[in-house]
Design a protein around this ligand. Structure first.
Ligand code: TXA
Ligand code: MG
Length: 314
């Protein structure tokens, strides 16, 4: 990353424009989180039919207490352990966060991303960045600059290429407002890792569209082709004998020409980092139907199954 392109991004963001930024989870579509007009441009670019609450990204040196009324004990413990990194924390917002960032709710979600380029960018800016994933509404999340270019080239002022996202699924979202932490979205930090820090947690994962957390619409992450999620690949294949099929596999043997193996070593970290890229590829190859294999429901497997399940609903 040249300092010239970093300065270009800084200039555009200061002018209230939208810039695509790399993060360790997925690419984000970023704008000045404290400028309502700039944030509105994010929704226009994404072609979202409604406004959705956005995650606010902070530099390492920024104090989250600038944006929330109380940085609670559980928030502090989790931030100490997982920031910068793929954890987003929901707390009660201060007035400085515009309503458009939170869809009028009084809570805001904060995250300190770990990607070095984006951290450098944030340190150069006098404001935090609101950023959803850099894909059009309902499309697969982007894990490379090329994915962003394909989906949003004409809608963003600039795309910073920071290489392939190392984590590959979105951040885990936790509600830290009350003593007992609640997981709102599975993601890059597993439930087990969170419980090791704050003890037992609750889960409130949105299964269906919910006006209060519209980003959790169950059609999210959709491929254009139909996608079936199954834990019995053989019987699923038997049901579709005369169709051209792409397989996204976890631990089964590759077969046929369009087989995408999430991790040959059955490593959940590697599988997460390959997930969205392989969904993009399977969507673009010559098959008619994608069959994806369910992963073990533990660690990052929960986040991966969640994304595949949502892609399979249509
Ligand atoms: O890894 C990530 O979190 C990526 C990168 C770019 O940081 N961002 C991301 O943003 O996944 P997005 O907009 O695709 O998903 C944000 C989720 C949505 O489900 C949204 O509804 C929820 O966070 N969210 C944000 N603010 C909220 C709030 N105040 N209350 C409830 N849900 C909120
Ligand atoms: Mg998204």
């Amino acid at each position: 990353m040249s300092s010239e392109s970093l300065l270009k991004a800084v200039t555009l963001l200061k002018q209230g424009e939208v810039v695509a930024i790399p993060t360790e989870t997925v690419y984000g579509l970023a704008a000045n989180a404290l400028d309502p007009l700039a944030v509105t441009k994010i929704f226009a670019a994404k072609e979202r039919p409604t406004f959705n609450p956005l995650i606010v990204h902070l530099s390492k040196s920024d104090d989250p207490a600038n944006y929330v009324k109380e940085f609670t004990r559980s928030a502090q413990l989790l931030a100490d352990k997982f920031w910068p990194g793929p954890l987003s924390i929901l707390l009660t917002k201060k007035q400085v966060i515009p309503e458009i960032v939170t869809s009028g709710m009084d809570s805001v979600v904060l995250r300190k991303p770990a990607h070095p380029i984006t951290q450098e960018l944030l340190e150069l800016l006098p404001f935090p960045l609101a950023a959803p994933s850099a894909n059009k509404f309902k499309q697969i999340s982007p894990t490379t600059a090329e994915h962003v270019r394909k989906s949003l080239k004409d809608e963003v002022a600039y795309i910073i290429d920071g290489g392939k996202a190392t984590i590959g699924v979105e951040s885990t979202i936790v509600d830290c407002r009350s003593e007992r932490v609640v997981i709102l979205r599975h993601g890059g930090v597993s439930k087990e890792e969170i419980e090791a820090v704050v003890g037992e947690v609750d889960e409130a994962i949105k299964e269906h569209s919910n006006p209060l957390a519209p980003g959790q619409l169950d059609k999210h992450y959709a491929t254009v082709k139909p996608l079936i999620l199954s834990n019995d690949i053989d019987s699923e294949l038997a049901k579709h004998l005369n169709k051209k099929i792409s397989l996204i596999l976890w631990d089964a043997e590759a077969r046929g020409e369009h087989t995408y193996s999430l991790s040959k070593d059955r490593n959940l970290l590697e599988a997460a980092s390959n997930l969205f890229g392989m969904m993009h590829e399977a969507d673009q190859d010559s098959s008619e139907l994608i069959i994806a294999q369910q992963l073990p429901e533990k660690g990052l497997g929960r986040a991966i199954n969640d994304r595949l399940k949502r892609a399979s609903h249509r």
